[in-house]
Write a protein that binds this ligand. Structure first.
Ligand code: SF4
Length: 271
């Protein structure tokens, strides 16, 4: 008799961190589709992704779009958002616009000239991993030439993206970088053989506090994702959780807050 076919559940690559942090919140957001309004920080990050991609794509394709012209994509994203944005105060939009313009310029003048990109915002429609019953979707920020091969780069913005000493923290990001490597390979057909890199965009209100920097190389990013014969990787852990329908809460999560959790007001795990 044939074994029953395993159900395939599709999730976004960016959902993996939610499943590891608070499975109950992840189930609500990524399996049931419940939402919270976008935070100002997330809106700023998304705006920076858009404007820097316009600039890098133009460089790659020789379109000649200037730094200032590309910045318009960030301004548009903040002023004409696709989703509701919950700004922290009346100055939120103005502050975000100021930070977006400053960080966009820093990225385009300090980081972009040091990179040789092969692809910008590589979107993978579906990467099915049938033996564990999940399919991943997502966009890899950049594929870059590294020596004779290619590696990926992931843009991260936030108030702790780049330390005062200019270092970009990569601890805990390896599995996310690993999944973006898999998605980039599937979508672009380029073999990703070289270490990954995180590009940090430090958000602050003052010029002094705004910084951009690149991390050191992150090797073996896929190891923690796929595991080994002795211990399961992140993908197996998350897939097992989804197929078992077991989603414990984590009230100690940094994101256990009404701003980030759509079931905060009725969550039994907070009691
Ligand atoms: S309220 Fe807290 S513990 Fe409950 S699902 Fe949300 S983040 Fe998790």
């Amino acid at each position: 008799m044939n074994a029953p076919e395993r159900r395939i559940v599709q999730i976004r690559a960016s959902a993996l961190s939610d499943f590891l942090d608070c499975p109950a919140r992840a189930e609500a957001k990524h399996l049931r589709g419940l939402r919270t309004p976008t935070t100002g920080g997330a809106a700023l990050g998304s705006a920076l992704h858009k404007s820097t991609a316009v600039f890098d794509r133009s460089t790659l394709e020789g379109q000649g779009i200037t730094v200032d012209e590309a910045a318009g994509a960030a301004v548009d994203a903040l002023h004409k958002p696709d989703e509701e944005i919950a700004w922290e105060d009346d100055e939120g939009l103005k502050d975000a616009e100021g930070a977006a313009l400053a960080l966009h310029k820093l990225y385009c003048t300090k980081i972009a000239p040091t990179q040789e990109y092969a692809a910008v915002e590589v979107q993978c429609e579906r990467l099915e991993i049938s033996d564990i019953g999940i399919a991943l979707t997502g966009t890899t920020d950049r594929v870059r030439k590294v020596g004779a091969g290619y590696g990926i780069a992931d843009l991260k913005s936030g108030k702790r993206a780049v330390g005062a000493d200019g270092t970009v923290e990569t601890k805990g990001h390896a599995y996310q970088l690993g999944v973006y490597e898999l998605l980039a390979e599937r979508a672009s057909g380029i073999d990703i053989t070289e270490p990954a890199q995180v590009i940090g965009l430090q958000v602050a209100k003052t010029d002094r506090g705004q910084r951009v920097a690149t991390s050191g190389p992150v090797s073996g990013a896929r190891d923690v994702l796929v595991g080994d014969p002795e211990s399961p990787g992140v993908l197996q852990v998350v897939a097992a959780m989804i197929h078992a329908g077991t989603f414990p809460g984590n009230p100690r999560s940094m994101l256990c807050h009404t701003k980030y959790c759509p079931i905060y007001n009725r969550c039994k795990f907070r009691k």
